[in-house]
Design a protein around this ligand. Sequence first.
Ligand code: ADP
Ligand code: MG
Ligand code: MG
Length: 870
Amino acid sequence: MTRYVYQFCDGNKDMKDLLGGKGANLSEMTKIGLPVPPGITITTEACKRFYEKGQKIDSDLEKEICENLEKLEEKMGKKLGDKENPLLLSVRSGAPISMPGMMDTILNLGLNDESVKGFSKAISNERTAYDSYRRLIQMFGDVVMKIPSEKFEEVLDDIKKSNGYKDDTELTIDDLKEVVDRYKTIFKENAGIDFPQDSRKQMMMAVEAVFSSWENDRAITYRNINGIPHTLGTAVNIQSMVFGNMGNDSATGVLFTRNPATGAKGLYGEFLVNAQGEDVVAGIRTPQFIDEMENVFPDKYREIEEVAQKLERHYKDMQDVEFTIEKGKLYMLQTRNGKRTGAAAVNIAVDMVEEGFIDKKTAVLRVEPLSVKQLLHPAFDEVELQKAKKITKGLAASPGAAYGKIYFTSEEVVAAAERGENAILVRTETSPEDIDGMSKAKGFLTARGGMTSHAAVVARQFGKSCISGCSELVVNEKAKKFSVKGVEYKEGDYISLDGNTGCIYEGKIQTKEAEITGNLNKLLTWADEFRRLEIWTNVDKAKDLERALEFGAEGIGLCRTEHMFFGEDRIKYVRRMILTDDIEEEMKVLDKLFEFQKKDFYNLFKHMDGRQVIIRLLDMPLHEFLPVRDKDIEALSKEMNKDFDELKHKVSSLKEFNPMLGHRGCRLGMTNPEIYRMQVRAIITAVTELEKELNITLRPQIMIPLVGIEEEIASIRKNVTEVADEIIERENSKLVYEVGTMIEIPRAALMADKIAKHADFFSFGTNDLTQMTFGFSRDDADAYLKSYVKQCVLEISPFESIDTEGVGKLMDIAVRLGRETNPKLHIGICGEHGGDPKSIQFCDKIGLDYVSCSPFLVPVARLAAAQAAI
Ligand code: ADP
Ligand code: MG
Ligand code: MG
């Protein structure tokens, strides 16, 4: 029989799928003897069952929950709903993959009009009792009955205002009783029922609400953004309560065992005296730094330090911990591997190897490859920074330099990003509803909230710059402006955030590019020891190439030649070449273009001594080079000495309905062989000149795009070798070159054995291959693909990560067939997927020789390739 409920003492950290991350780690902490308030976990399987039964907890499941509750009651010597000394519970969501703040938690469950009195007596603290009761009504109202929290907040603010209080802690017992009464009224008005007095009913309703919260909008959005499957479900933890709001010897806090922004060693976090957990996380009161605890509770501080070390030793990783101190006794409420910035991840991984916690392999596995991109983010240019006007300073919550226009709502940020603007989200504080805007903003700035506030946590996770708790900032969201010491900044004004220092500047500060040094260099060098795949890069400009080589690229996997045709100085020749009917004119123009291309190749290749370079011959529908406006056609007609109407007619006759499936790639090579011949001449001449002038040798590899038929490659190859061999012979060179093809048409994959007879190499063009395998237009598919992902038809867009099942099957076939007829065939990938860690994993598996990606992704690919090989 499937078991749906576990006691904390029965589980362990490896049961995350079943118990959720929170539940599994509460069990693990219990097991290693840390002070965890006892509780039970209802499994993710129960959540699935809940959805199968039409969002209902069936009687069998309810029975199992109640049996386990009774065991818990026995252990605690208290009963839920008891009038004298009630057991109080928290009901906490906990998915297998942590989704901070996305789902719901209810505290103090079990209080009602009677038990609150008993509780008050039992703890001899009427204040805490009523404070806890009002929190329960609010949280229960919010989570279970969907009553907006503001309605409750308004009452609280009202009572605070009329008494002249600043802080919640100033509320008297009578005030709190009044709050409770008014909360109950609001509850009834909005929910249509009285606040439930039956504690078991409270509990079951809360469990249902947590299960339901798995499918609330913000949780779904969060999963979409983070690529978390919607099928996992959440577990529910029911835990006995401890109270950080028992007075000044009580507190609640959160901490990281190391700095999650930089990775620096030492406790890093915040706490609040006389408060309950939600107060810290919600960023409602700005908490104190954990270091200050050394003065307030010196013993507890040392105890927490010990616990932190024990947790790190046990988990061998940096932990993110929640704790509560109840009347001087420490309780652990949560631990998990802490989310961290890319920089922190790298530093912690390398430090932990040096501290002997983990080995190099583990360190390489520890760092999420894409997070390395954050370390390559630009920083502010020092000189520019000196000149900039500083507005104020807040907490450096997440590093990175960012500039952008100020916006005050998530919607406005999204709209601005769609217009192509850099947007900075400025808020008093952010909340989970802002998640869309936060994913699109370059950085966040908040007036309230600490280092573990919502804004800070999300920023570090998304790798965005964030400055939080900026107390001088007065934000007026309604009026769309903020002010600092009387100076106002409006929507659309530029500001710059330095997430490394917490400084905020006026205007736009220029940034400079990053380098690979220090711990990142160490880690990537370790990665190189483990990986099998080579990492090449897609470039066609010398400047990008320098970058890629600095980042560790070993070859060029794709040099596109289209861009070389587009330059302002040459586009007119390209147009003339396409539009002329006169062979002589065409030859003249091609000679011009030859000079341009040769120079481009020369300048690119001179950095590639001893390396391999794949150059793709022209692959673009011709009409894309042609003028659109009459004005431009007219200018061209004058230049070419041609009749305007005739030229216009010719231009429009080259238009295609379906250009992506049109007259491009090797089809051009078949119909207009002179273009490819010119390109080959430019490539081979550039290399032979480099050999002579700079004593550079490299192996050019000429790649024919869009082949689907054996005859295409056979015929073009003949053309290519004819031109190339003639130059090589004439120049008396020893140059070795190769001719190969892209595999990007499904038919090419299926016919790979035939095609390989004429190819020295294959390179998967997975953008086109994906487009043609699915029949999804890669330029327009986003609209429906988003919905497909939401409906779980696809786990992720196949343009982001290779569809290993379908497109991958074609790739696998092509690799096997190709090597059957040509065992020397070398194979790589040059589609966008070459920089996607999951796709790299797949490329490793099917035996490719290299992946080629954009320069910025080279470090990411080095790490991902190592992880694939380990
Ligand atoms: P989240 O996943 O959003 O962090 P949690 O389930 O961790 O939600 O609960 C939020 C906060 O509620 C915790 O940080 C903790 O401070 C408080 N809390 C939860 N359970 C208990 C408990 N049993 N006793 C005291 N406080 C609790
Ligand atoms: Mg938590
Ligand atoms: Mg292509």
